[in-house]
Design a protein around this ligand. Structure first.
Ligand code: GDP
Length: 461
């Protein structure tokens, strides 16, 4: 069923596979039929005289990359012969010194010698098209690369090892079994009895339940993939930056007693129970009374703050316990009141915390008191609504849509069973469920979907 357009699949492609930046080693990867002849034009095992090895599969060669007679770098070259490679094609991996210039020079040289710069995700796309990995594994690779917490990396690694694929394939087998029983009775009515309707119902319900097991983890998976945005909001000088630093246990935001110091947005990332949280320290919002240029700059910060607040999933509202909630604090509270809010009373070391209202967490960035409570409260708020970070599966929105479509077809099949329709009808819905499940692993999938998935990869993957 799978349709593949082979437009430029025959090209030899090249890309830098490691991040650009200072590092010990950089990797440039070439894939395609002519990968070996291409490397032989720019590689030599000797520095001063051109010596070419007879490349053998699964070997590592030490030598030099040359541009004409100019040495570019001392490298090792790994040779993978088709079909035993990541893409299923001939692959040459050039491991050179890291840093921006060396890898880019080698990349340019490969392009000059006849390779084309790979598109985003083109290595993985070729791996998929050549049957080296299925779609859910390819998507697990993206998740693994982009995982923001260790927990999500672990779940993604399970998917890469085939957890979701195996689970889905088991369900597909169940469906294929049912379909063959129905078809056998349709094809040989004299010899084979058609399966009983309650038997079909029982089996279909079983598959729906299995699909639900995965779908129930969807919110958690989305949360762990995307994380949540927490913003610290409050008027100037209530201690937001101090709190930001204290929660992160670092000295990132500038703390001063001059109101309006934080004009920019500062963001850092924390891992709370496997959920990636982007914590944003904002400029304190206050009414500006004159037209000084410094006020103008602060006003930009305030506007940016308002947009971050709007975008946040959760707000930490901070007011100064030594002052209580004043009019200015109330105005800020109005800005955020439609979001889930945790109310924090700051500088608790300066007051008697027994007098603090019940729905407020007293915190002191100075003594660190109350910080654990803040984290626990964030966790509690995020993990309400049946969201758990102990999820077994990780699915993305596309996979969830396939599962929902499969489930809908199965419900149709159930309805037909209940009304004891002819079993041809039931078979149609079962087949459609089978197709939707096949879209998860890529068994049955359109070009458009393939291109969509792989274009979200990075270049070099
Ligand atoms: P922001 O403008 O809301 O970001 O406030 P800052 O974090 O810059 O703090 C303003 C002032 O309050 C600084 O002088 C801090 O040292 C002081 N401050 C912040 N947190 C605390 C705290 O927990 N206890 C005490 N005693 N002072 C604090």
């Amino acid at each position: 069923m799978m349709t593949i357009t082979a437009d430029n699949l025959k090209d030899n492609i090249v890309a830098i596979s490691t991040p650009l930046g200072t590092g010990g080693v950089g990797v440039v990867r070439i894939s395609g039929d002519d990968a070996f002849s291409l490397i032989s034009k720019i590689f030599s095992t000797k520095l001063r005289e051109k010596r070419l090895p007879e490349f053998e599969a699964n070997r590592i060669y030490y030598g030099w990359i040359f541009d004409d007679n100019n040495p570019i770098d001392e490298v090792i070259v790994l040779i993978f012969k088709a079909p035993k490679s990541f893409t299923g094609e001939n692959i040459v991996e050039i491991q050179c010194h890291g840093g921006i210039n060396v890898v880019q020079n080698i990349l340019k040289l490969c392009i000059k010698t006849g390779a084309r710069l790979a598109e985003k995700g083109e290595f993985s796309k070729r791996a998929f098209l050549n049957g080296k990995m299925d779609l859910s594994k390819a998507e697990a690779v993206i998740d693994l690369i982009h995982s923001k917490t260790n927990k999500f990396a672990q779940i993604s690694a399970h998917n890469l090892a085939g957890k979701l694929t195996t689970y889905i394939n088991e369900l597909r087998h169940e469906l294929i079994n049912l379909l063959s029983q129905i078809n056998a009775a349709l094809d040989f009515p004299d010899e084979v009895n058609e399966p009983a309707y309650d038997y079909l119902e029982e089996k279909i319900n079983f598959i729906i339940e299995k699909i639900n097991n995965v779908l129930n983890t969807a919110n958690s998976a989305n949360l762990m993939r995307n994380g949540i945005k927490v913003v610290i909001a409050g008027k100037p000088n209530v201690g937001k930056s101090s709190l930001f630093n204290a929660i992160l246990n670092i000295n990132r935001a500038i703390v001063t007693d001059i109101p309006g110091t934080t004009r920019d947005i500062i963001q850092e990332f924390i891992d709370i129970k496997g959920i990636p949280i982007t914590l944003t320290d904002t400029a304190g919002i206050r009414e500006l009374k004159n037209n000084h240029s410094s006020d103008y700059i602060e006003s930009i910060g305030i506007n940016i703050t308002k947009s971050y607040i709007k975008d946040a999933d959760l707000a930490l509202f901070v007011y100064d316990l030594t002052q209580g909630i004043l009019e200015e604090d109330q105005a800020i509270y109005e800005e955020i009141k439609n979001k889930p809010i945790i109310k924090l009373g700051s500088k608790s070391d300066l007051v008697d915390i027994n007098l603090v209202e019940n729905n407020v967490i007293p915190v002191s960035s100075k003594t660190q008191k109350g910080l654990d409570l803040v984290k626990a409260e964030i966790e509690k708020l995020i993990l309400s609504n049946n969201i758990s970070s102990d999820t077994e599966f990780s699915t993305n929105v596309r996979q969830q849509e396939c599962l929902n479509n499969a489930k809908n077809s199965l419900f149709e099949a159930l309805n037909s069973c209940t009304s004891q329709e002819v079993q041809d009808f039931i078979a149609i819905d079962l087949k459609s469920a089978l197709i939707h499940l096949g879209e998860i692993t890529g068994e049955v999938v359109s070009d458009e979907i393939i291109n969509n998935i792989f274009s979200s990869f990075c270049i070099g993957k």
